[in-house]
Design a protein around this ligand. Structure first.
Ligand SMILES: C[S@@+](CC[C@H](N)C(=O)[O-])C[C@H]1O[C@@H](n2cnc3c(N)ncnc32)[C@H](O)[C@@H]1O
Length: 253
């Protein structure tokens, strides 16, 4: 749906600008007035279609940026290379609505406190990226086992490269929704607001009694966490702590 809206906004603005150009309504010569008018039109259309606000600057600058790029006269292979790298990093972000960003050291330290509470256990990182969380934890907590599941090829490959020799860390490539979560003591998520309701339903269904779901930054909508733990970093991160087998819906929902 967001993709269809984006396409509609761009194409409608393009059609309007083409019609305005034929009617001689665009000021000045050359392509820039048309590109700027198209950007303004596309942003306006997107607003009318109630696209999320962060789409507006993208619509505003998309065609002007294309025009600027053609004037750089770069070898087209650079664009192909950039596209391939982006595709390998972001892979199915258009479907999952979860981009790649990494857990920081301060968050790793807060998660580590949960592991300190017992000498051994198994932790799953759903969407493990480059292993920023798992690699330091696997080094500091030798009694624990760590599993990461990542769908995007390049972060998964980099994680494997950097984790070589860490025997208590397993990295799998695939969809974490397709994996059973029943064996894990802790499931860690750093995703986006979009998948959290589905993550919660799966955690409630499959996680064992007493197991923890830790969500970095994104709470489960309408569910009271057991605790919210502040992380001492500059972005003011919060870690939402849930026990899915005990979780209660908020009153009135
Ligand atoms: C925000 S990153 C977090 C990376 C890592 N967990 C960390 O904390 O540093 C989220 C990752 O989840 C991956 N992802 C999103 N949905 C997924 C799915 N259904 N199955 C596997 N990986 C997924 C994305 O490709 C992305 O790399």
């Amino acid at each position: 749906m967001p993709l269809a809206k984006a396409l509609a906004a761009q194409l409608l603005a393009l059609a309007l600008v083409a019609a305005a150009g034929r009617a001689g309504l665009l000021p000045g010569d050359g392509l820039w007035p048309a590109a700027i008018a198209q950007g303004l039109g596309a942003a306006g259309m997107a607003a009318l279609l109630r696209a999320e606000r962060w789409w507006l600057p993208i619509h505003l600058s998309f065609v002007p940026a294309l025009l600027a790029a053609t004037q750089l006269a770069l070898n087209p292979l650079w664009y192909l290379a950039a596209f391939v790298v982006m595709a390998l990093v972001y892979w199915s972000t258009f479907r999952t609505r979860v981009p790649l960003f990494l857990s920081n050291r301060q968050t790793v330290a807060v998660v580590a406190q949960h592991l300190d509470a017992q000498p051994s256990g198994v932790l799953l990182d759903i969407g493990s990226g480059t292993g920023s969380l798992l690699r330091p934890l696997a080094r500091s907590h030798a009694g624990w086992r760590f599993v990461g599941i990542e769908s995007a090829p390049l972060p998964h490959w980099l994680a494997g490269l950097m984790a070589s020799g860490q025997g208590n860390l397993t990295l799998e490539r695939g969809d974490f929704f397709a994996r059973d979560w029943g064996e894990f003591d802790i499931v860690y998520a750093f995703l986006s607001p979009v998948p959290m309701p589905r993550v919660w339903e799966k955690a409630r269904r499959e996680m064992k009694p007493g197991a923890l779901l830790l969500s970095n930054s994104f709470p489960v909508p309408d569910v009271e966490p057991v605790r919210i733990e502040p992380v001492a970093d500059r972005r003011g991160t919060h870690l939402y702590v849930y026990r899915p087998r005990l979780g209660k819906r908020r009153k009135g929902r």
